[in-house]
Design a protein around this ligand. Structure first.
Ligand code: FES
Ligand SMILES: [Fe+2]
Length: 372
C-alpha cells in the first residue's frame, strides 16, 4: 500500500509503527541512507532442533540456502538451487553425507561437490556449488555469510570462529528459556550503535517496566551508567557495560544494583549478555541474535541460561526486564534514517569510533578504499 501526506506515527504494543505501515517510499528512503544491509558475519539460521532428517530451505542475508545434516549429524549448508538446472534442493532428500536433488538426482555434499548421480554416471569434478561455513552454538545453527560470488566448492575459512561458553558446554549454566521476538524493521547497525548512544538511556530506558511488557512501574526509574570499548585481542568483538540501579521516587534503592557485561560479536548478529545479580547471588547469560531477512528487516531471537542457584522464574524476570527495555527502542529504529554525518554534542558516546569498528564487516569496501 502506498500512502502519502501527513501521518501521525503511532506505536503498537510491540513497537511496530501503526501510522504508516511500511510505506515503500519511506522504506526505500530509509534504506538508501544506511550502509549495505548484509555485513559479513555469523548469522543464526534457526535452532539446532529445527534441523532434523529433512533438508531445510532458509532465506536470509540475501541468500537462499539449504541446511541438512550429514551422516554424522553435522549441519551442512550449500546454495539452495541445484547447479544443474536449478531445482530447490530442499525438496530433495538426504542420502548419507549428501543432499539428493529431487529433479535429476545429483548428490551434493556439504563441501559443495557433486559426488554422484542417480543414473550412476560418473560425476564431473567441475560440477560444484557454493558451500558455507556452519557452526552450532548453544542450541542455534549459524552460517558465516560472506560477500561476492566466491567460487564454488568448499567454503573459505571465516576470519573468526564463535566463542563458546565452557560453562554452558559443561552444564554449569543450564538452559532456561528462549523467545522468538519475530521481525523488527531496522538496519542491523542500529543495535550496535545504540550501545554507544549514551544519551538515550535516560530518555528511552529510564522507566522500569514490568518484565516482558511495556507497562511502567509507577514511581520507579532505572539509572544507567554505560561504557563501551573494543576488545583488545579480538578485533571482531566489542564490549558494552551497563550498571543499572533502581530509584523509587528519586531515591536509590539499596542493593538494587545489577551489572551487565555485553559482548557484541560481529556487527550485532550475536550478542551475549552476562548479568551478575547483586551480592553475587547468581549469573544469567542471555544470547540475542539478529538475522537480516531483508535490507531493513531483522529476525530477532533470544535464548538464556543460568546457574542452578537462579530459579527459572528469576532468570525469566531478568531477561524479561531486558526485553522490555529493548522494545522501547523499536519505535525509534523502525522510523529513523542513518545520519552519515551526525551533529554530535558533548555527552554523546564514541559514535564515530563505533562506526569505524563496524566498517571491518565490509571487507571488500575497505579493500577498495585502501586501494584508492
Ligand atoms: S536440477 Fe538438480 S539434478 Fe537436475
Ligand atoms: Fe536502547
Amino acid at each position: 500500500m502506498i500512502t502519502g501526506g501527513v501521518q501521525a506515527l503511532r506505536r503498537s504494543p510491540s513497537g511496530r509503527v501503526g501510522g504508516r505501515d511500511l510505506d515503500p517510499i519511506v522504506e526505500s528512503a530509509r534504506e538508501a541512507s544506511y550502509p549495505p544491509p548484509y555485513p559479513e558475519a555469523w548469522y543464526v539460521v534457526g535452532r539446532s532442533i529445527d534441523f532434523g532428517d529433512r533438508p531445510t530451505f532458509v532465506q536470509c542475508v540475501g541468500n537462499q540456502w539449504v541446511v541438512f545434516r550429514d551422516a554424522s549429524g553435522h549441519a551442512q549448508v550449500v546454495d539452495a538451487y541445484c547447479p544443474h538446472l536449478g531445482a530447490n534442493l530442499a525438496d530433495g532428500d538426504v542420502q548419507g553425507d549428501s543432499v539428493e536433488c529431487p529433479f535429476h538426482g545429483w548428490k551434493i555434499r556439504g563441501d559443495g561437490c557433486v559426488i554422484g548421480h542417480a543414473n550412476g554416471g560418473e560425476p564431473d569434478p567441475r560440477h560444484r556449488t557454493r558451500s558455507w561455513a556452519v557452526e552450532e552454538l548453544h542450541g542455534w545453527v549459524l552460517v558465516y555469510h560472506r560477500h561476492g560470488t566466491a567460487s564454488e566448492g568448499p567454503a573459505p575459512e571465516p576470519p573468526y570462529r564463535l566463542e563458546r561458553l565452557a560453562a554452558i558446554d559443561d552444564g554449569a549454566l543450564l538452559w532456561r528459556g528462549e523467545h522468538d521476538a519475530g521481525l523488527v524493521h531496522m538496519h542491523l547497525l542500529e543495535f550496535v550503535e545504540n550501545s554507544v548512544d549514551f544519551q538515550h538511556f535516560a530518555a528511552i530506558h529510564g522507566r522500569l517496566r514490568i518484565p516482558w511488557t511495556e507497562i511502567p512501574v509507577p514511581g520507579m526509574r532505572i539509572h544507567h551508567e554505560a561504557t563501551w570499548r573494543r576488545d583488545e585481542n579480538q578485533k571482531h568483538v566489542c564490549w558494552f557495560g551497563n550498571d543499572a540501579t533502581l530509584e523509587f521516587r528519586g531515591k536509590q534503592i539499596e542493593g538494587s544494583g545489577a551489572h551487565a557485561d555485553v559482548r557484541l560479536e560481529g556487527p550485532g548478529s550475536i550478542i551475549r549478555f552476562d548479568f551478575s545479580l547483586s551480592r553475587g547471588s547468581g549469573r544469567v547469560v542471555l544470547y540475542q541474535s539478529h538475522t537480516p531477512i531483508a535490507p531493513l528487516t531483522q529476525h530477532v531471537r533470544f535464548r538464556w541460561f543460568s546457574d542452578a542457584s537462579v530459579p527459572k522464574p528469576l532468570a525469566s524476570f531478568i531477561v524479561g526486564n531486558w526485553v522490555s527495555q529493548w522494545r522501547q527502542d523499536i519505535g525509534i529504529w523502525e522510523n529513523k534514517i542513518y545520519r552519515e554525518k551526525p551533529m554530535l554534542t558533548r555527552g554523546d558516546g564514541p559514535i564515530h569510533q563505533l562506526r569505524r569498528w563496524y566498517s571491518q564487516f565490509y571487507p571488500a569496501a575497505a579493500a577498495a578504499e585502501a586501494a584508492e
